[in-house]
Design a protein. Sequence first.
Length: 287
Amino acid sequence: MNSLALINEFLGQPPNASAHGYQIDHILEFCHWFMGALFVGWSTFFIFVLIRFRKRRQPAADHVGVRSPISTHLEFSVVMIEAVLLLGFAIPLWAKRVNQFPPGKEALVVHVVAQQFSFNYHLAGPDGQFGRRDALLVTNSNPLGLDPNDPAGKDDIVTTGELHVPVNRPVIAELSSKDVIHDYFVPAMRIAGDAIPGSLIPIWFTPLKTGTYEVICAQLCGLGHYGMKGTLVVDTPQDYQAWLKERAELSGGAQGAAPSPAPGGPQQPQPQQSKQPAPAASPSPGG
Ligand code: CUA
């Protein structure tokens, strides 16, 4: 625990806030110590070779070189060990940790739709059903193209920039993109996944600590990439319910009408690509 915290600080990582994160920290720490040991070992060997085969001691080059088969055996052993690590450990661990999702009822499922240069969130609302989305229905005020005629979507919640989740409950985030490849990265949760146009990529994590955490885009996705940030707020269950209620009121029940840029405005650091001046963006106190 203490040594993990130390290496985190040394590497400039924010403190871990998710259930699986300590394992990531552990493997990161192990890799750093292991690479350190390799560095010392190979450097020692390099210096030994420089001295042992210096020109003064070896005036004429040896054109035959090594005759013993030991280096062949060593190379073969390395290949075998790496094959065991990959097939015996890495792939099964990936299947267990990454591909085994918590049951859908237990988890909070959220659609994360990336675009240049913000993250949109789509929650199912009280009925637990996601409304139909259609790319043809996408407009500035309907960033996800929700179908206003689908009853399942009437209570859906759409936000941009900021997502709230309850603490101690698994979150399944289904990543997709409207334009180019982005990467949804929450450093404090030790989780990241690419958002790729035409793909739905689920990732999951369980937040353990309430607080406000930074979300960043981790793929160079265009000129505004540097500003593609968001916020993940981990709430107590009560605070989460309060946020849901507030979002539901803001969207006025029907998504088509209201998720205007106004509520999410401050979280959108980049101006959208619309050519006409957006009326909602005026800094008037009434807006
Ligand atoms: Cu999106 Cu970088």
